[in-house]
Design a binder for this molecule. Structure first.
Ligand SMILES: Nc1ncnc2c1ncn2[C@@H]1O[C@H](COP(=O)(O)OP(=O)(O)OP(=O)(O)O)[C@@H](O)[C@H]1O
Ligand SMILES: [Mg+2]
Length: 155
């Protein structure tokens, strides 16, 4: 028997009420990651992208301190896997991101996490997992996270 089944992109919605909860969700998510995974984070300033990344790094047993690489563009951490933590906030073009060797990082053993990933979306592979952060208009400590896993086709 042959199947021709498309499994649509799966999306998971999570609400958090505090920084600690966002870190905890990052930790849950991070425990499922493997070498070669690419995680794209989007959302405004202060949305929680770095907090979530701290959780991921906790799950991966990273001992380095995890901060937005706003000026360095990339921070490298050592844990169960290597973690390459990017911040595209200050970059002016996708070309600039290529010039720091982004495409080579994608080929390395390890996990790539990119804050402000929408600025370099054309450079991201299909396997990218997207995590979008939304602020709550009323409660300033509330966030909605939407995690979108890549499409899987089974034919
Ligand atoms: N539910 C929440 N989840 C995450 N952070 C929260 C939450 N509620 C409040 N905060 C606060 O929001 C800020 C989130 O900061 P964080 O550095 O993680 O954001 P960011 O998206 O990385 O911003 P940037 O684009 O400047 O790098 C922190 O000051 C944190 O304490
Ligand atoms: Mg940040």
């Amino acid at each position: 028997m042959t199947f021709d089944l498309d499994i649509a992109v799966s999306e998971k919605k999570i609400n958090t009420q505090s920084t600690e909860e966002t870190i905890k969700e990052g930790k849950n998510f991070g425990s499922g990651l493997r070498s070669g995974d690419v995680v794209a984070l989007t959302g405004d300033l202060g949305a929680g992208k770095t907090a979530f990344t701290q959780g991921i790094c906790e799950a991966l047993n990273v001992k380095n301190s995890v901060i937005s690489p706003t000026f360095t563009i990339v921070n490298e951490y050592d844990g169960v896997y290597k973690v390459f933590h990017f911040d595209a906030y200050r970059i002016e073009s996708q070309k600039e991101f290529i010039s720091i060797g982004f495409e080579d990082y994608l080929l390395e053993e390890g996990i790539c996490i990119i804050e402000w990933a929408d600025k370099i979306k054309d450079l991201l592979p299909e396997r990218t997992i997207w995590v979008k952060f939304y602020h709550d208009e009323i409660n300033e400590d509330q966030r909605e996270l939407r995690i979108k896993f890549p499409e899987v086709n089974i034919n």
